[in-house]
Ligand binder design. Structure first.
Ligand code: IMP
Length: 417
């Protein structure tokens, strides 16, 4: 067996949860290494939809350990809600373990996040889940870690310090504070509930060769390699795995990039292939492109190969999984961005123009649509010829194998090549 990682190749929402669910059938451990309750991974149990935010998708298998790595930011209130949700679907939470070094998102962080967005002229369009402010405290060495939850008196005094710091720096007001009084009580209760899941997860990370690493968000939202400042505050790209889990680089055997057959983005920031016409609306409606965490409509556009080439380069992907192929079923013609043009120069890799988004013009190649349903197709040869050609064309321009193709929301709607 091998240690594999599943990573979002675009701006998140590529359908990673379903792929983790599929590939976790034989693994002992599934681990998350970054992000927090901003993620929304949709999986299905007996046709019931479950949206996971912080719990790794391995929870779908009762014998699989689910690790929340030190690189994550954990929201206890949201995690308790998720515990209740997965239990109500007949799943066990006994195998969920939280790294003692993961940082904790408090109601204060969420207030700071929302206030900062409301005041800002250049809004990021965050999920409002307190992700940025939690990572700010971490890197400012003022954070509260999961191990601090094990001593409730100490936790209370650390939260007091956090409140005073936020008041003094005018990131929150005393009225704001009054509005979250009940939430603070919920927070302390939730901390008690999740405390029994907090442990040193390093022995579990290193105690198996049969581990699946689950990324959240996507490469273009990476704080270092994404479309800064319109990014999240963690490293979703493969570099984040090693620090976020304590898993050395040379232990990871297989890096799988997940890409939608087109492109979406939620929140603000540049998006070269974004569509503002009927095709964009069609992708949004057929693809049900509404955020799993916030419900916000996702911006939609054509597949972007220069972006994908950059993502493959940054992450070192060995292979690709392409999701939501079936959403393209009804298009007469499909476009693929094969190159960018910027100030008279052309490039097939986003890295050439990473800080010049305002001036990028996508150059498209048109490919014919297949105009019939691919939903539930489970073998490549059974795909319509033109859908096969679409996949082969993208493989050719990216020079990477597309090993899995998702053809619908259900677990078995998947082609394995
Ligand atoms: P934050 O992670 O809440 O700080 O949001 C920063 C940016 O990342 C915003 O544009 C969000 O819409 C985006 N974002 C955060 N998490 C996800 C995700 O799981 N899927 C897609 N976009 C996300």
């Amino acid at each position: 067996m091998a240690i594999s990682a599943i990573i979002g190749g675009q701006w998140g929402d590529e359908g990673k949860g379903k792929v983790v669910d599929l590939l976790s059938s034989n693994v002992d451990v599934v681990a998350r290494y970054q992000g927090g309750a901003n993620a929304g991974h949709t999986v299905y149990k007996d046709n019931q939809k479950i949206v996971l935010h912080q719990i790794p998708s391995g929870v779908m298998r009762s014998d699989c350990k689910c690790l929340l790595g030190n690189g994550m930011v954990i929201d206890p209130i949201e995690l308790v809600k998720e515990f209740e949700n997965v239990k109500s679907k007949g799943l066990t939470i006994d195998n969920i373990f939280i790294s003692m070094n993961a940082h904790i998102t408090s109601p204060i962080h969420k207030l700071i996040d929302i206030n900062s967005e409301n005041k800002s002229k250049n809004k990021i369009g965050t999920t409002g889940k307190g992700i940025g402010p939690t990572y700010v405290d971490k890197y400012n060495r003022k954070g509260i870690r999961a191990c601090d939850l094990l001593d409730s008196e100490n936790l209370k005094s650390k939260i007091e310090v956090q409140i005073n710091r936020a008041l003094n720096s005018q990131q929150i007001s005393s009225n704001d504070l009054k509005s979250i009084k009940d939430e603070l009580d919920n927070f302390f209760n939730a901390c008690i509930i999740i405390a029994s899941h907090i442990t040193d997860i390093i022995p579990m990370v290193h105690g198996t060769n049969n581990l699946l690493v689950e990324g959240a968000q996507g490469t273009l939202l990476d704080i270092d390699h994404g479309t800064y400042p319109f990014v999240t505050s963690s490293n979703p790209s493969s570099g984040g795995i090693t620090t976020g889990l304590g898993l050395p680089l040379n232990k990871i055997d297989r890096l799988i990039g997940i890409f939608k057959a087109y492109t979406t983005r939620v929140g603000n920031g540049p998006f070269p292939t974004e569509l503002f016409d009927q095709d964009g609306e069609k992708l949004q409606n057929i693809g049900k492109e509404f955020g799993a965490t916030t419900g916000r409509p996702r911006r939609c556009g054509w597949f972007d190969a220069p972006l994908a080439n950059y993502s493959i380069m940054i992450n070192g992907f060995n292979e690709i999984t392409m999701t939501k192929l079936d959403i393209l079923d009804e298009f007469d013609e499909i476009k693929v961005c094969t190159e960018y043009e910027c100030n008279g120069k052309r490039s097939k890799n986003l890295s050439t123009f990473i800080n010049q988004f305002e001036d990028i013009k996508p150059i498209y190649t048109k490919v014919p649509g297949w105009k019939c349903s691919t939903v539930g197709t489970d073998s490549f040869n059974n795909l319509p010829k033109k859908a096969q050609e679409y996949i082969q064309y993208i493989e050719q321009i990216l020079s990477i194998p597309i090993k899995h193709i998702s053809t619908g929301p259900k677990r078995n709607d998947m082609i394995i090549r």
